[in-house]
Write a protein that binds this ligand. Structure first.
Ligand SMILES: Nc1ncnc2c1ncn2[C@@H]1O[C@H](COP(=O)(O)OP(=O)(O)OP(=O)(O)O)[C@@H](O)[C@H]1O
Ligand SMILES: [Mg+2]
Length: 302
C-alpha cells in the first residue's frame, strides 16, 4: 500500500513580504521609498531555530517587526499557524500576539522604567488571560525561576538590573504567555562573553521546556552557528540564501572560520550564482555593489 507522505505544517510562512518606508525631504514631502524589506519569502518550522543574518541596515529588524505586527506590511502575506495575520484588525491581532512574541534588540525597551519588575510581569497576564491574582503570582514566580532570577528581583526597577538580567526579565515577561514562537532580535548584543553563554544556554533549555520556535536575528556568526539549525541571509531587503547552517557557512567561506574570524574585518563573497546585487534594491541611495563584484553580506563587519 502506498502511503501519502505529508510535510508537517509550517508554523510561520511569509510570502513576498514587502515593507517600504517613505523618504521625505526637509518640507515633509515624500521623495521616494526606502525598501527595508523587499519581497521576502520564508518558512519557519515548528521547534526549529532559524537564524536571520545580514549586514546592519539590511532589514532584519523590519522583517521581524512586520511579522510581529509592529509594522503593517506594504504588500505580501504572513501566515501563522495557517492563518493570514498580516492585516488583521487590532483586537484580533492582539490575540495572535500571545502565540507570537518579539524580544526587542534593546533589552530595556520592553520594560517600563517606572514599573517594578513584578508589575511588568503581571501586565501581559492581565491583558491576555483571566487568571486570578494568586494564579498570576505563582506563574510569575515559576517563570522567573525558569529564567534563572531569584524572587527578590520582582521588587526592583529595570535600571537596577544588568543588561543580562533585563534580557531574562524580558524573556520571562514573554514566557508567561506560553508563546509558540519568539522572534529574538540581537539577543546577545551588548552582553559580555560569559553572560552571553549563559543566556544562550537559557534559550536552549527554554526551547526544550516550552517547545519554542525561534527566529534568531543576529550579527554574531559564532552564535548563530551554535544556535541555529537553518540560516537565512538577508541583503538590501531581500533574502539571498536560506539553508542548513553548515551548508550556508560552506557557501560563505570567509564566514565559515571561527567566531573570531567572523568578527575580524574582511569581505565575504557569496556563491557565484548570487554575486550580483538583488534587483530592485536601489530606489534609495544604498551602496549598491558593482555588477559581478563580491557582495559584502556584513559577515566581515561584526
Ligand atoms: N520606522 C522606520 N522609518 C523609516 N525607516 C526605517 C524605520 N525602521 C527602519 N528603517 C530603515 O530600514 C532599513 C532597515 O532597518 P532595520 O532596522 O530593519 O535593519 P537591521 O538589519 O535590523 O539593522 P541592524 O543590524 O543595525 O539592527 C534601514 O535603512 C533603516 O534606516
Ligand atoms: Mg536590527
Amino acid at each position: 500500500m502506498i502511503q501519502a507522505v505529508t510535510a508537517p505544517p509550517s508554523l510561520l510562512e511569509v510570502v513576498d513580504l514587502v515593507r517600504h518606508f517613505p523618504v521625505r525631504n526637509a518640507f515633509g514631502r515624500r521623495i521616494g521609498w526606502l525598501r527595508a524589506v523587499d519581497g521576502v519569502s520564508l518558512t519557519v518550522w515548528p521547534g526549529e531555530t532559524l537564524g536571520l543574518v545580514g549586514e546592519s541596515g539590511c532589514g532584519k529588524s523590519t522583517l521581524g517587526k512586520t511579522v510581529m505586527g509592529i509594522y503593517t506590511p506594504t504588500a505580501g502575506e504572513i501566515r501563522f499557524l495557517g492563518r493570514e495575520i498580516g492585516r488583521l484588525p487590532k483586537r484580533e491581532r492582539r490575540r495572535v500576539a500571545k502565540d507570537l512574541q518579539y524580544v526587542y534588540q534593546d533589552p530595556g525597551a520592553s520594560l517600563d522604567p517606572r514599573w517594578k519588575i513584578v508589575h511588568s510581569l503581571h501586565e501581559p497576564l492581565k491583558i491576555h488571560t483571566t487568571l486570578s491574582r494568586a494564579e498570576r503570582e505563582s506563574l510569575v514566580q515559576a517563570i522567573l525561576r525558569s529564567v534563572g532570577l531569584p524572587d527578590a528581583h520582582l521588587d526592583l526597577y529595570p535600571h537596577e538590573l544588568s543588561g543580562g538580567q533585563q534580557r531574562r526579565v524580558g524573556l520571562a515577561r514573554i514566557l508567561t504567555l506560553r508563546p509558540r514562537m519568539i522572534i529574538l532580535d540581537e539577543p546577545t548584543s551588548g552582553l559580555d562573553v560569559s553572560v552571553q553563554a549563559s543566556v544562550l544556554k537559557l534559550f536552549r533549555s527554554l526551547q526544550e521546556t516550552f517547545a519554542l520556535t525561534y527566529l534568531f536575528i543576529s550579527h554574531d556568526l559564532a552564535v548563530v552557528r551554535t544556535m541555529c539549525q537553518r540560516l537565512a541571509v538577508m541583503y538590501l531587503g531581500k533574502l539571498v540564501e536560506v539553508g542548513e547552517t553548515a551548508a550556508v557557512f560552506a557557501m560563505f567561506p570567509a564566514a565559515a572560520g571561527s567566531g573570531r574570524a567572523a568578527r575580524s574585518p574582511g569581505r565575504c563573497a557569496p556563491p557565484r550564482s548570487r554575486r550580483s546585487a538583488p534587483s530592485g534594491a536601489g530606489s534609495w541611495p544604498v551602496t549598491s555593489p558593482e555588477e559581478g563584484a563580491p557582495v559584502d553580506l556584513g559577515f566581515g563587519a561584526l
